[in-house]
Design a protein around this ligand. Structure first.
Ligand code: A3P
Ligand code: MG
Ligand code: MG
Length: 387
């Protein structure tokens, strides 16, 4: 990748760019991806306090036929949208390092990020509409990636249109119908006016998260993400994880194409944490579940192969590998680079990515947000890892 100087030659800000691959050129050499294995799990309580327990773990139960997803909307306890900080994940990594039983499982880490960031990064060659940005730090051999949300974007997310907000609720209501706090019990019988099968009112603070180690090409990664529920008994392995999704019922070829496109995100999201099963509830526009269908994550690529809206995960993995190689090169170059430097990566739909060192203070302020941070990392964590 060539380095170009930006418009102000006096500044030390360089812009490096990398273009997306053509999505129609087949991949000859596969980038290996290691089966993820869980290092630790943690829960967020109803008050959004992180604890190293499985209190938020939920078990899969079959949802009732005709489940109404608008139930309980008024009682939704909604976690406000916030910056995509890595704090929870960093607490978990620090916790593992201090635990003599777990520490040996922790690899030399090449990259730390949330699963949602990695999903977007890998899906980028197929993204035609939405651009997005990352903040990146490189500390003692490890890349840290967080999504960068501007104040404006954050406000936009929190002021979601009522219609959109309701639709987003449908997804959580489906989770309530599909999960139980105990492995065997079916939800119900109905209490206090709740419909049959209702699993309890929605509080989106409550999340059960799994932290896994895996490897893409030569990059060892530690990735954290929410897991919706598990099937059967909890063994501490990812092979019982289930991802829940809702989607509009498919009424024709147009809907089918849209659904197949969406499957790329479902696939990557699940694949990255080693989630083997995705259960989709098909709903009407008004939020009534008409059917459910389960998909084996590993079978999704061949389900879409040859279709008009097909995607190929090998293109995504190859891209991911090239992007990380490029990023590592960029963040190691330059004399004014230190373990507190922050880079901004910009993904532009149908085009590619650019990386730039943030040296201007205004941008950094946006990142720091008045907390005890070095770059965007909590200071306590940075001090643990910076050499
Ligand atoms: P659906 O995916 O069924 O629509 P996840 O599926 O990743 O576990 O997320 C659970 C739910 O959160 C989603 O359910 C959706 O309702 C909501 N959600 C996730 N990402 C969202 C986004 N970017 N914007 C709005 N809602 C989102
Ligand atoms: Mg989820
Ligand atoms: Mg889900």
């Amino acid at each position: 990748p060539k380095k170009q100087q930006t418009s102000t030659p006096s500044s030390k800000s360089y812009l490096s760019t990398l273009s997306y691959p053509s999505t129609s050129t087949p991949i000859l050499k596969q980038t290996p991806f290691q089966q993820p294995s869980q290092l630790i799990s943690f829960s967020y309580t109803p008050e959004y306090v992180l604890e190293f327990t499985d209190s938020a773990l939920r078990y899969f139960v079959d949802p009732p036929v005709g489940a109404k997803l608008d139930y309980g909307y008024e009682r939704w306890v909604r976690k406000p949208d916030e910056r995509g900080r890595l704090d929870g994940l960093l607490k978990a990594i620090s916790h593992i390092r201090k635990d003599p039983m777990r520490a040996p499982n922790l690899p030399e880490i090449g990259l730390v990020s949330w699963r949602g960031v990695m999903t977007k990064m890998l899906a980028a060659p197929y993204e035609e509409r939405e651009g997005w940005d990352l903040n990146v730090m490189f500390v003692n051999g490890t890349l840290y990636l967080e999504e960068h949300l501007t104040e404006a974007r954050l406000k936009e997310k929190n002021d979601m249109e009522p219609r959109q907000r309701r639709q987003s609720y449908f997804g959580y209501a489906f989770e309530s119908y599909c999960t139980s706090e105990t492995p065997t019990r079916q939800n119900g019988p109905p209490s206090s006016g709740a419909p049959f099968g209702w699993g309890g009112d929605v509080n989106t603070n409550v999340q059960w998260c799994s932290v896994v180690r895996t490897k893409l090409g030569d990059t060892r990664m530690v990735i954290g993400g929410e897991v919706d529920c598990i099937r059967g008994r909890y063994t501490g392995k990812t092979d019982s994880f289930v991802e829940l999704k809702t989607s509009l019922v498919i009424r024709g070829p147009h809907d089918e194409g849209r659904f197949e496109k969406k499957l790329l995100k479902f696939y990557l999201q699940s694949f990255l944490l080693g989630v083997p099963e995705i259960l989709v509830g098909f709903r009407t526009p008004a939020g009534v579940v008409t059917t459910t269908q389960t998909f084996k994550t590993i079978h999704l690529p061949r389900l879409v192969r040859g279709k008009p809206d097909a995607w190929d995960p090998l293109i995504c993995l190859d891209w991911g590998h090239r992007f990380l190689t490029f990023l590592r090169k960029v963040v190691q170059a330059g004399d004014d680079v230190s373990s507190s430097s922050v880079w901004r990566v910009r993904f532009v739909p149908s085009s590619g990515v650019s990386v730039e060192l943030l040296s201007g203070q205004p941008d950094i302020d946006e990142v720091v947000n008045g907390e005890e941070r070095v770059g965007f990392l909590p200071r306590w964590y940075w001090e643990e890892v910076a050499a």
